[in-house]
Design a protein around this ligand. Structure first.
Ligand SMILES: [Zn+2]
Ligand SMILES: [Zn+2]
Length: 227
């Protein structure tokens, strides 16, 4: 997980990430506490690597860290034999259920109930989930990385975020279609697809294009100064 730094073999390290006492958080912020409770210490360095080397945005890091915490919480549930794979909701969906309000309440309740059934304190887990701000503070204060120069978005960053939002959107719509079908209101076979294809339209020049094209291009036909 954290072995992608081949150059620093003989550099003395100032902190003892991987050999540290397992009960001591790698840092004192909420992320450190979460790593200590739900994941392995190597994840601390992984966060830094994802940001510095893989150009993962703070928002995406927020999601990845929360997913990791949720996955850890499920994995630590020794009381049941439900592995992460057999759990009835993906870690992403659990993060959404606990951390933002974009799921319909019934879906949210279903996931919370499922967590409780698995012996996971959903309130505790929910409190452990972190925000984008926390990621920024962690990088700034615990790892000493200046995030201010990195606030500009890259095209890869944009593609990843849009892809993530599309998947999330398609999943919410699919579940709604399934529920409609299950109740017999609007029926469909079990094998169906939901496609979300976002477009961007400029209300000044009227240019309209798929978001993927927009991300790859230099934008609409408006003179640059007018945008
Ligand atoms: Zn920290
Ligand atoms: Zn335009």
């Amino acid at each position: 997980m954290s072995s992608n730094q081949p150059s620093s073999d003989d550099t003395p390290t100032t902190s003892n990430h991987d050999d540290g006492d397992a009960d001591t958080p790698p840092c004192t912020c909420k992320i450190g506490a979460g790593i200590n409770t739900y994941t392995q210490r190597g994840f601390h360095d992984e966060i830094t690597r994802l940001y510095e080397t893989d150009d993962v945005s703070l928002r995406d890091l927020e999601h990845r860290i929360n997913k990791e915490f949720v996955t850890g919480a499920i994995r630590h549930t020794a009381a049941t034999d439900w592995g992460v794979g057999s759990f009835d909701a993906t870690p992403s969906e659990i993060v959404t259920a606990l951390h933002d309000d974009s799921l319909p309440p019934s879906e949210q309740n279903r996931i919370v109930t499922r967590l409780e059934q698995a012996g996971i304190d959903s309130e505790e887990l929910s409190k452990s989930l972190i925000s984008y701000r926390t990621v920024k503070n962690h990088l700034n204060n615990c790892v000493d990385i200046d995030t201010s120069k990195n606030t500009e978005i890259t095209r890869t960053d944009a593609r990843n975020t849009v892809g993530w939002a599309r998947t999330k959107c398609e999943r919410v719509i699919s579940r709604t279609v399934e529920r409609l079908s299950r109740t017999g209101m609007s029926t469909i076979s079990d094998d169906f697809d939901v496609t979300v294809t976002p477009r961007v339209t400029c209300n000044e020049c009227g240019d309209s294009m798929p978001i993927s094209e927009f991300i790859s291009s230099d934008g609409c036909s408006c003179p640059t100064g007018d945008k």
